[in-house]
Design a protein around this ligand. Structure first.
Ligand SMILES: C[S@@+](CC[C@H](N)C(=O)[O-])C[C@H]1O[C@@H](n2cnc3c(N)ncnc32)[C@H](O)[C@@H]1O
Length: 280
C-alpha cells in the first residue's frame, strides 16, 4: 500500500507540472539533467508519431520505450495500456486500431487521468477511454482485450505476479502482451541495484530478466521474449549518482550493460478446440 501511495503522489506531481507548463520529468531528470537529455525517456518517439497527437501528450511522456512502435496492432482490435499516464501510447494505439477498434488507458492517479482525458479531447479521438483503477485489479472482463501494452509501469508495482495474472485474465485467447519496461540483466548487488533504480525512475523496482520470463510463464503466457531496446552504462547515471553521494567509480564494473529498457512480449495461448464447431 505504501509503495502505491508514494507512486501516486510522485506521478500526481508530475502530471501537475505538465498542466502548469513544466516538464513531466521526475527523479533524476527533474533534479539534474532536464528532460531533453534524459537517456531513458528522451527521443523515444519519431516525428511521424508525435505529429499525430497533441503536443501535451508528448510532453507528458514518462515511458522508457515505445511499445506501439514494436507491437503488432491491427484495425478493429482492443488495446489496453497499463499505467497510461498522460495518454501518449493510448492515443497512438487508437490511431492504429482505427474507429472499429478501441484503446483503453488504465491509471490510478487522478491528476494523470485528468491530463490524459484532456489530451484525448484535444486529439478528437472517440475510440479512447481512460479508466481509473489499479493494474493489479484491472476493471475489465475476462477475455476482452487483444493487446496489452504498457510503458515503464510494471516495474513500479509491488505485486508483479498479480499484474501479470490480471493481464493474462483480460487478454483474449491468442492475445498479445507487448510491454516496455526496465529490466536488470543478471545478478547485481542489492546496493548497486538500489542506486541505479533510484536513477532510473521515481520509484522503480525492476525485475531481473530471468524473473520476468519465469513470472510470465507462471501466469500462463508462452512465446515469451525480452528484447533490449536501450542498454544503460555508468556514464548515463554518473551526474545523478554523484549528486546522491555515491562513489560511482567503485560500482561502475557492476553496472555497465546490466540495466536496460526492454520490449517484453508474450502470448496467451489460443483456446484449445474442445468440441465440433467450437473454433469456427
Ligand atoms: C512512468 S509513468 C508512465 C506513464 C505512461 N505509460 C508513459 O509512457 O508516459 C507511470 C504511470 O503509471 C501509473 N501507475 C503506477 N503504478 C500503478 C498501478 N499500480 N496501477 C495503476 N497505475 C499505476 C502512474 O500513475 C503513472 O501515470
Amino acid at each position: 500500500m505504501e509503495i502505491k501511495e508514494i507512486v501516486k503522489e510522485k506521478y500526481g506531481q508530475a502530471a501537475l507540472r505538465v498542466t502548469t507548463g513544466g516538464s513531466s520529468c521526475c527523479g533524476a531528470s527533474a533534479t539534474v539533467d532536464g528532460c531533453g537529455v534524459d537517456p531513458i525517456i528522451s527521443r523515444l518517439y519519431d516525428a511521424n508519431q508525435t505529429a499525430q497527437i497533441p503536443e501535451e501528450a508528448v510532453v507528458a511522456s514518462l515511458g522508457c520505450g515505445n511499445p506501439t512502435a514494436l507491437a503488432q496492432l491491427n484495425p478493429g482490435e482492443v488495446v489496453l495500456d497499463l499505467g497510461s499516464g498522460g495518454g501518449i501510447d493510448v492515443l497512438l494505439s487508437a490511431k492504429r486500431v482505427g474507429p472499429t477498434g478501441k484503446a483503453y488507458g488504465l491509471d490510478m492517479t487522478d491528476e494523470m487521468l485528468a491530463l490524459a482525458r484532456e489530451n484525448q479531447r484535444k486529439s478528437g479521438l472517440l475510440n479512447v477511454e481512460f479508466l481509473k483503477g489499479e493494474i493489479e485489479n484491472i476493471p475489465l472482463p475476462d477475455n476482452s482485450v487483444d493487446v496489452i501494452i504498457s510503458n515503464c509501469v510494471i516495474n513500479l508495482s509491488g505485486d508483479k505476479d498479480r499484474v501479470l495474472q490480471e493481464a493474462f485474465r483480460v487478454l483474449k485467447p491468442g492475445g498479445r502482451f507487448a510491454v516496455s519496461d526496465v529490466v536488470v540483466r543478471g545478478t547485481v548487488p542489492d546496493e548497486v541495484k538500489r542506486s541505479m533504480l533510484l536513477w532510473v525512475g521515481c520509484i522503480a523496482g525492476a525485475l531481473q530478466d530471468e524473473q520476468y520470463v519465469s513470472k510470465l510463464a507462471k501466469s500462463g503466457f508462452d512465446q515469451i521474449d525480452i528484447e533490449p531496446t536501450r542498454v544503460y552504462n555508468i556514464e548515463d547515471a554518473r551526474t545523478f549518482l554523484s549528486a546522491e553521494g555515491i562513489d560511482v567509480d567503485s560500482i561502475a564494473a557492476q553496472v555497465d550493460g546490466r540495466f536496460m529498457s526492454a520490449f517484453i512480449h508474450a502470448t496467451k495461448p489460443a483456446a484449445a478446440c474442445c468440441a465440433p464447431g467450437c473454433c469456427s
